[in-house]
Design a binder for this molecule. Structure first.
Ligand code: KG4
Ligand code: ZN
Length: 334
């Protein structure tokens, strides 16, 4: 019998639904929320309201694209944590209502574990054990993955996340939110070695990005005092230099983790893994270090329900269901 799972993701500002059958993603529908653009960041209350408006049509679209009906589903998976509580509650309540109405199991999923397991969606898939550098708007982690259920964080940021480093740098440059993809775009035409930003010295496998943000702030302040059009005239080179430093910090720690663990199957995941410079750097480092490297397809890097569906599938196989009393939480232990 085939196992069909409907998955719902609503942790931040994307409402998404996906259907998978036996671990194969049949649909992955994602609705973004333009309402936040003019505020320069996600406004939690507006995000919850947009999820409420989007959730029914998004689930309908995912079922339609997959050629399935609700009655064909064997379980409902949903993002239980971490995220914005109002946003998470919309997805959680919707998932619980569906599970109750259809009388099928409910599978709570940890958003960051799902980012990692997005690497198991398409072939070629990494063999266990593998390392995953998960880089998103709220997290930066190196995860040791021994099986779909055995994921251990072996390094993480002590302050800002890599995505925040991109977004905050973009804000300092006057770019709209989210700035990460824009820095990526402008960096492609820039000289990454033109401006040099210091590399933080953090022991072990942990990261820090707050110092970089401060040095960019002072650098821009000093240069703009000398030339008010400095940013405008040098945007591509500044973006390329900032991106270069962020990627260098990430890849250096990943190399250290690979040496320490002796693992050569190396993945990246999360919104920042959509960055073209990081993808290229992983491939180049992988060739030199003789790693087997894996990067999820673009649609499975930023927030999406496909990754919740694949994680839900493995949890289904392991019988990891939750009662209807389960609730969403903003923060959650691994
Ligand atoms: O995983 P994600 O979609 O949401 C969270 O769980 O946080 O990650 C969002 C982050 C944002 O900081 C965004 O700027 C960043 O991913 N991002 C990028 C790119 N695309 C998304 N950063 C750099 N380059 C990109 N191409
Ligand atoms: Zn995410």
């Amino acid at each position: 019998m085939s196992i069909r799972i409907l998955a719902i993701e609503s942790s931040c500002d994307e409402t998404s639904a996906a259907v998978c059958a036996d671990g194969k993603i049949l649909s992955n529908f994602i609705a973004g929320q333009a309402v936040h653009e003019k505020y320069g960041g996600v406004v939690p209350e507006l995000a919850s309201r947009a999820h409420l408006q989007n959730i029914v049509p998004v689930v309908d679209m995912a079922l339609q694209e997959a050629g399935c009906r609700l009655e064909d589903m064997n379980a409902i998976a949903f993002t239980q944590a971490p995220g914005l509580i109002g946003s998470l509650l919309v997805g959680a309540q919707f998932a619980k209502s569906l599970a109750l109405a259809l009388n099928i199991p409910l599978i709570p999923v940890h958003h960051m574990q799902a980012h990692v397991l997005a690497n198991l969606i398409e072939d070629p898939k990494p063999a266990f054990p593998f390392l995953c550098l998960t880089v998103s708007g709220g997290h930066t982690q190196i995860v040791l993955c021994e099986s779909p259920e055995r994921l251990t964080i072996i390094g993480e940021t002590i302050d800002d996340a890599a995505g925040e480093a991109f977004d905050k740098s973009a804000k300092l440059l006057g770019l709209p939110y989210p700035g990460g993809p824009l820095i990526d775009k402008y960096a492609q035409a820039g000289n990454a070695l033109r401006f040099s930003f210091a590399e933080p010295r953090i022991p072990g496998l942990n990261f820090s990005f707050s110092g970089l943000k401060t040095s960019i702030l002072y650098f821009l302040r000093d240069e703009t005092l000398k030339n008010p059009s400095f940013v405008e005239e040098n945007l591509a080179d500044i973006c390329a230099s900032v991106q270069y430093r962020i990627i260098h910090i990430l890849i250096s720690k990943l190399r250290k983790a690979a040496v320490q663990t002796g693992i050569k199957n190396i993945c990246i995941a999360g919104g920042v893994s959509a960055n073209s410079g990081l993808r290229k750097a992983l491939e180049e480092t992988g060739r030199r270090q003789r790693w087997n490297t894996f990067i999820p397809a673009f649609q499975y890097c930023t927030d999406n329900a496909g990754m919740i569906a694949i994680t839900g599938y493995y949890k289904y196989l392991a019988g990891q269901f939750a009662p209807l009393s389960v609730s969403a939480t903003a923060k959650a232990e691994w």
